[in-house]
Write a protein that binds this ligand. Structure first.
Ligand code: FES
Length: 104
């Protein structure tokens, strides 16, 4: 499994009001509970995608997940972090380098 870092906005102006800190804690707990090697969950500030809050970013895959809820956490861990499969329904932003299309 490739090493991954999951950045979660826990200190921007909007994401924390939409559950960003809870997402961070739930992701960390799930990764620890499963004993995933090479995966770290990192708290950070605003990504500049506030209208899609709460947001997280998975590196090095370049995948943004937006409007994530606590109920999505286990799916993100299972599908993306363990099996390497992205979750299209949570992708609402793609950076201009890969696409100019926003899906919502
Ligand atoms: S507050 Fe999270 S993207 Fe701006």
């Amino acid at each position: 499994m490739a090493a991954r870092r999951v950045f979660v906005d826990t200190s921007g102006a909007t994401c924390p009001t939409k559950g960003g800190a809870q997402l961070f804690e739930a992701l960390r707990a799930s990764v620890a509970r499963r004993g995933l090697q090479g995966v770290s969950v990192v708290a950070r500030g605003c990504f500049g995608l506030c209208r899609l809050a709460p947001n997280l970013y998975v590196e090095p895959d370049g995948v943004w997940y937006s409007r994530v809820t606590i109920d999505d956490v286990e799916e993100i861990v299972e599908e993306h972090l363990i099996h390497g499969r992205t979750i299209p329904r949570l992708i609402r932003y793609q950076p201009p380098s890969t696409s100019t299309k926003e899906t919502s």
